[in-house]
Ligand binder design. Structure first.
Ligand code: SF4
Ligand code: FES
Length: 243
């Protein structure tokens, strides 16, 4: 394989220097076998510009820190191989989230607010009994919960969502997935009406305009299309009864 010289066109912006407008800066390096964008960005920071800002923790598609727009598409940088990219690649930070600098965004605040808003914990008034045996659950139910729990909170579904880009209060696919997770959990005693109050609005499940970029962009394949249909069906039935 011929050695390639790769150019990365990276957005630069430092919120502490508001006089310097956001701009693109080109960096060039030699491609190496098995190279990922994680390797690229670290090499650029070590060898060319120590001020370059981006986020990584796990390098293994687990922590959700490294979401960014790779040629316009929300992607995990640690999972993106340079062999799948052309000679020039544009890297931008994920939109919707607070920009911390260059490619680094704060997804944590967004996900915390979403968790509080969806009350993402099991609602149950059963008295706590430390000596009680573990409750049992049907395998099928446990697998549905596991499927929703696979979300790594990377924000790719939110960054690529037209509604989330237009409406800051939209709960997004990750939020709807979170609600679906608790709806199937038999330990959660919330009524469908209570869920309707959380998600039965234009900022919730009815704000989705069905473009399904979330489902296309989720890097770990959480079944967002199915989760959305599940929650929307349930909430539409509640809304119908309330008429
Ligand atoms: Fe990322 Fe997928 Fe979770 Fe959205 S649903 S935050 S794309 S892992
Ligand atoms: Fe953890 Fe990419 S560094 S998901």
């Amino acid at each position: 394989m011929a050695e390639r010289s790769l150019t990365f066109r990276i957005m630069r912006y430092d919120p502490d220097m508001p006089d310097v407008k956001p701009h693109l800066q080109d960096f060039t390096l030699k491609e190496e076998p098995g190279m990922t964008l994680f390797v690229v960005l670290n090499q650029l920071r070590e060898e060319q510009d120590p001020t370059l800002r981006f986020d990584f923790v796990c390098r293994a598609s687990i922590c959700g820190s490294c979401g960014m727009l790779v040629n316009g598409r929300p992607s995990l940088a640690c999972k993106t191989l340079t062999k799948d990219l052309s000679n020039i690649t544009t890297l931008l930070p994920l939109p919707v989230f607070k920009l911390l600098g260059d490619l680094s965004v704060d997804t944590g605040v967004w996900f915390r607010e979403m968790s509080m808003r969806t009350e993402a914990w099991v609602h149950n008034d059963d008295p706590f009994d430390a000596t009680a045996e573990e409750g049992r659950m049907e395998n099928e139910t446990a697998l549905k919960i596991y499927e929703a729990e696979r979300c790594i909170e990377c924000g790719c579904c939110i960054g690529g969502c037209a509604t989330a880009n237009l409406k800051p209060d939209f709960i997004g696919a990750a939020g709807i997935n979170r609600v679906a997770r608790f709806m199937v959990d038999p330990r959660d005693k919330r009524s469908e009406l209570e869920y309707f109050e959380v998600v039965g609005s234009e900022d919730g499940v009815f704000g989705c305009i069905g473009l399904m970029a979330c489902d296309d962009n989720c890097p770990i394949g959480v079944p967002l299309r199915g989760q959305l249909a599940f929650v929307r069906r349930k909430m539409a039935a509640v809304g119908w009864k309330m008429r």
